[in-house]
Design a protein around this ligand. Structure first.
Ligand SMILES: [Zn+2]
Length: 95
């Protein structure tokens, strides 16, 4: 089940359903709100949440803006690795 919130350091982002023809999802840094299109196939929703989390993480921890293309490539690479290697992901998570 998709989470209703994610923590990025001290910040708590709400995760909401929102359909948008132009985007799979969105991150509102100011209002701490991540939206994901619930009409997407589940794997695309999962990748979109990871993508939006990367936007939130890079905003909080990196000094410079990160290009959308880089976030897209990282989220695709990470979700591919995570889906293909669930045991390794569990190990990385410490459990
Ligand atoms: Zn993006």
């Amino acid at each position: 089940m998709r989470p209703n919130m994610v923590r990025i350091g001290a910040l708590e982002y709400s995760v909401v359903n929102e359909s948008d023809e132009a985007n799979y999802g969105n991150t509102d840094i100011g209002h701490l709100r991540i939206s994901v299109d619930p009409k997407l196939p589940e794997i695309r929703q999962r990748e979109t949440l990871l993508h939006e989390v990367l936007h939130a993480v890079t905003d909080r921890y990196l000094a410079d803006d990160v290009d959308e293309r880089v976030v897209r490539q990282l989220s695709a690479g990470l979700i591919d690795w995570m889906v293909a290697n669930p045991d390794a992901v569990r190990w990385v998570m410490g459990g």
